[in-house]
Design a protein around this ligand. Structure first.
Ligand SMILES: COc1cc(-c2[o+]c3cc(O)cc([O-])c3cc2O[C@@H]2O[C@H](CO)[C@H](O)[C@H](O)[C@H]2O)cc(OC)c1O
Ligand code: UDP
Length: 558
């Protein structure tokens, strides 16, 4: 049996540095340690300071106790969270911001090492580089480790297949990077597209956490996909009746996420695999809050998604809204300053949403007919539209040429009542503005969280990724949005009459759906803020997570 003693004193540690760097001299490293668990061999089972050694002797001096560490495998740094995000800003920044909260909640008991994958496009590369520059200057203990370049899969036919395969090809480099860490590793934190790399963590004896940048509902669905794969043998759209996802109301097949709508596609196979590998993670960190999505989160916690197999613990630590540059004096914000409270409908469609002229014509007709004030972020097609397109699906829209794309006279007729903004807009500042009363959104999860943070009701207009599922949840489960009929078979086309109806409902709250959406959005605003406040559920989840990470920190094997 290993004996251990507990010491609560201020001490100095004497480290035999020869065992560290091959230099044969002793040096004194003064540190203050509150609680020190000392075992006769092996490592500290729960020390808050990261000093790891194989044998020790306690030496008393006149005024202080000293520890003499012999044959030490001492690492004079705090345990690291090693992050492997997908390169897209929504994924990378959301994971990094969340892990920064872990770092700060643990009173800087961790450091962060972000493994940087070379993005497959020049545009994504410059975005990532800008993030790296900004974060490197943040003053926090964040390091960046660039992984060696890997040849992107040239034969990938789908976006999700491409992302998952490209990340998986980095497995040997991730393994080498983690194994070479000069400090204990608290966890390898993986993007949802990188869940197969839980195997790398397992081989190194390191805990692995999947970071869920989307909803708890998406998490429940992904865990349940392997079960659905066995149970539903036809395409989802051929299914008679609804799809049953644990924790959600029965869902029409038309609300399934994009990657699984064609089961013959490798995207589908990859998503089933990704969901399956979630189950092997040590834990799942989710950018949501218990009170926002109680149904799906309880279903996961009660292991109802994969009956008979206990699911990893989930830590809902959100909402984590990534803090970009604030633009309080932006032209859009200045325009909002002149509008009455809750009078403006804001329309914005994420980092990849854009519309073609026929759809633009329907939107302009709806806006003119409903007569509400509006702020509309209108983007044009990506410049790659006529070319091959980005392999990761991250084709960014271009700035719209308003003279070309808007019907003649629209801007004059709506002058004073509406503003069309043709480029990137400061969405967070806009949603924070008192003049905004409703949000027509593509339903990306970050946009939804930003809207709920400010209590703004929504009309979701899903376009890509998992947004059809998000739209269903917002309307049918959370009740914070009014429904909008999109024709998925016609590239998510929305008729002017349908948009006009939804806008009236959203902005006047004149019907039952609109009234409920307003009330519920206001309720969810409180839920969001309480969750992250002192004593809130997300704060508690953050503490549990930090504790699990602290106690799980290990020196990687190999
Ligand atoms: C969450 O489920 C899916 C996410 C994506 C996806 O892929 C993607 C690829 C890139 O190269 C760059 C990106 O920015 C990007 C973004 C993206 O999803 C967005 O993630 C957000 C969360 O951080 C949010 O949930 C938005 O709704 C998503 O649009 C793709 C996908 O299948 C195509 C998913 O199922
Ligand atoms: O003109 C724009 C469009 C988007 N965003 C921000 O981009 C992010 C979009 O993330 P989301 O998850 O909603 O969707 P995605 O773009 O990843 O599909 C959110 O933080 C938005 O605030 C923005 O600031 N201005």
């Amino acid at each position: 049996m290993q004996k251990s003693v507990v010491l609560r004193i201020s001490i100095q540690i004497l480290v035999d540095r020869s065992t560290l760097r091959g230099r044969a001299h002793l040096f004194l490293l003064p540190v203050t340690i509150d609680w020190l668990f000392i075992s006769q061999s092996g490592e500290f089972p729960g020390a808050t300071q990261s000093y790891w050694f194989s044998s020790i002797a306690l030496v008393r001096t006149k005024s202080a106790a000293r520890l003499h560490l012999q044959s030490a495998t001492t690492m004079a740094t705090t345990p690291a969270l090693v992050l492997l995000p997908e390169w897209g800003s929504g994924h990378l920044m959301s994971m990094l911001e969340t892990c920064k909260r872990v770092l700060l909640s643990g009173r800087k008991a961790f450091s962060i090492t972000l493994l940087v994958v070379r993005p497959p496009t020049a545009e994504a590369t410059s975005e990532v580089e800008a993030h790296v520059r900004r974060e490197a200057a943040s003053g926090l203990d964040i390091r960046f480790h660039r992984l060696p370049a890997v040849e992107p899969p040239a034969d990938a036919v789908g976006v999700e297949e491409f992302i998952a395969r490209y990340l998986s090809l980095h497995a040997p480099h991730v393994r080498d990077a983690v194994a070479a860490m000069a400090c204990p590793v608290a966890a390898l934190v993986l993007d949802l597209f990188a869940s197969p790399l839980v195997g790398v963590a397992r081989d190194l004896g390191v805990p692995s956490y999947v970071f869920m940048s989307s909803t708890g509902a998406m998490l429940a669905l992904m865990l349940h996909l392997p079960v659905l794969h066995e149970a539903v043998t036809v395409e989802f759209e051929e299914l008679e009746g609804d799809v049953h996802v644990p924790g959600l109301p029965p869902m029409p097949p038309a609300s399934m996420i994009c990657p699984v709508v064609d089961k013959k596609s490798p995207n589908y196979t990859w998503f089933v695999r990704l969901g399956d590998r979630f189950m092997d993670a040590t834990g799942i960190i989710a950018n949501t809050a218990e009170g926002l999505e109680p149904g799906p989160l309880e279903a996961v916690a009660e292991s109802r998604c994969v009956p008979g197999r206990p699911a990893p613990p989930v830590y809902p630590v959100g909402p984590v809204l990534s803090l970009g540059d604030r633009s309080p004096s932006h032209e859009c914000v200045a325009w909002l300053d002149a509008q009455p409270p809750a009078s403006v409908v804001f329309l914005c469609f994420g980092s990849m949403g854009w519309f073609d002229p026929p759809q633009v014509a329907e939107i302009t007709a709806a806006l003119e007919r409903c007569g509400h004030r509006f702020l509309w972020v209108l983007r044009g097609p990506p410049s790659s539209e006529t070319g091959a397109g980005a392999p990761d699906g991250s084709e960014h829209p271009t700035d719209a040429d308003l003279d070309l794309i808007l019907p003649e006279g629209f801007l004059e007729r709506t002058k004073g009542k509406g503003m069309v903004w043709p480029t990137w807009a400061p969405q967070k500042d806009i949603l924070a503005h008192a003049a905004v009363g409703g949000f027509v959104t593509h339903g990306g999860w970050n946009s939804v969280l930003e809207s709920l943070w400010h209590g703004v009701p929504m009309a979701p207009w899903p376009l890509y990724a998992e947004q059809h599922l998000n739209a269903f949840e917002l309307v049918a489960d959370m009740g914070v949005a009014v429904p909008l009929k999109v024709d998925r078979k016609r590239d998510n086309f929305v008729e002017a009459t349908e948009l006009e109806r939804a806008l009236r409902s959203l902005m006047t709250g004149g019907d039952e759906e609109g009234r409920r959406a307003r009330e519920k959005a206001e309720e969810m605003k409180a839920v969001c803020r309480e969750a992250v406040a002192e004593g809130g559920s997300s704060q508690a989840a953050l503490q549990r997570l930090a504790e699990a990470l602290r106690s799980g920190a290990v020196i990687p094997k190999g």
